[in-house]
Design a binder for this molecule. Sequence first.
Ligand code: PGA
Length: 257
Amino acid sequence: MTDRRPFVGGNWKMNTDLASAVELAEDIVAGIGGLTEQCEVAVFPPFPYLHSVGKTLEDHRIILGAQDVYHESNGAFTGEISVEMLLDLKVGVVLIGHSERRHVIGEPDELINLKALKAIEAGLDIILCLGENMTQREAGQTKQINLGQLEAGLSGIPTSQMSQVTIAYEPIWAIGTGLSATPADAEAAHGDIRGKLADLYDDSVANSVRIQYGGSVNANNAGDLFAQPNIDGGLIGGASLKADAFLDIVRDAARSG
Ligand code: PGA
């Protein structure tokens, strides 16, 4: 048994337009009922729609999330977004090191760590994303890659601020492919991550940090994944773009808590 509250995030990535983003948020608000009592829920719209989606979510206990942030406060950083700007828009949580930031945009561990430190210092919650690719998995390097990304991402974050941190284990080969990790494989990776948190911090941190699974989660496989003892909800991409599917997944997480 665990007293970790499940946490489900909807990562909309570079999808929706203004009208459909607001409509999706409205549909989620309309269907969420009392689910936020058992499960924390966040959505991560594209930056230009944060303000409008935030207005729709106001007073509904669904957290507004951002997909990325930069580690400087202001200045000549064309195109970047600061933690202060996110706080201005009442963003509560930010994704750090999503696999598409790491592998499509090319963010290294050092930059990811700077972003994590800055967001934490500003009082934002973070979801630190990590996971191995297929070549690494086939070479038996899954544990080494995950724990390396975990240690690098959390470097300098003290025990006292670990309550602001959620980890998302997202094997790259499972993201957007329809090929989810099996519950047993995901559970093994989550157990390794939790063990490393105990090494880096202590048992109390290891037992309280939520570890989400992400990678082709849908309304059919979510229940079995979330039933695993070390899986505390999920980070959902494709299936979060339909309110009904997303709410079904939230319901599965609420039941697993
Ligand atoms: P997916 O994406 O659910 O579409 O696989 C998950 C993610 O990238 O967070």
